[in-house]
Design a protein around this ligand. Structure first.
Ligand code: MN
Length: 192
């Protein structure tokens, strides 16, 4: 059979097939589901607000200890109200007397891919409703696969866990060592 433009041998001529099939976990950007961010929020209690663009809103969780790159850590993530999309890159000071009064620092931002079974948005919405989904984050600080699992339906308590991939790193501790905003380059004390 003669070669045609769909023949795999044509593909092999143009691509380094060996490296492209390595299980890096990386996804091509056509599968990107949307954006995410982590906002470090110095309110009554310091926490990290995790925002995930899904279904036209920002699904949101408050994570007291922030995300970890260590696969052994299970980070408690308390579901909070959906936020409007334009909140995703917010950084600034919420005045006293307002809900969430305190300083919000845009700690990380990027896009994510759905890793749950199928790669379409509908399957991620279903996985989210079912209380377990996995996503691949392309942040400036936080990268790689993460699993989110709801452990308590009533209070919407979830756990954020780093998946074991090339971005896992037990020693990095980015929450402690990478404290500056990806927007302003300032840390909390410089903002306040
Ligand atoms: Mn908050």
């Amino acid at each position: 059979m003669s070669k045609n433009k769909y023949d795999i041998s044509k593909y092999k001529e143009k691509h380094d097939v060996k490296s492209s099939v390595e299980p890096t976990g990386k996804k091509d950007t056509s599968k990107s589901q949307g954006r995410f961010s982590f906002q470090k929020h110095d309110a009554q209690n310091l926490h990290y607000d995790f925002r995930l663009e899904l279904d036209g809103v920002l699904k949101s969780w408050s994570i007291p200890k922030g995300p970890s790159t260590d696969t052994r850590d299970k980070r408690l993530a308390l579901r909070t109200e959906d936020h409007p999309l334009d909140y995703i890159h917010f950084e600034g000071i919420i005045p006293e007397g307002n809900y969430g009064a305190g300083t919000v620092l845009l700690w990380d931002k990027g896009t994510y891919d759905n890793m749950s079974k199928k790669d379409d948005e509908q399957s991620l919405k279903e996985a989210f409703s079912d209380g377990h989904f996995s996503i691949y984050l392309h942040g400036e600080k936080i990268k790689g696969g993460y699993a989110m699992t709801r452990i308590n339906d009533k209070d919407e308590q979830w756990l954020l866990v780093k998946m074991d991939d090339e971005e896992a790193d037990a020693r990095r501790k980015p929450v402690n060592t990478e404290t500056k905003s990806v927007k302003s380059g300032k840390d909390l004390s410089e903002m306040e």
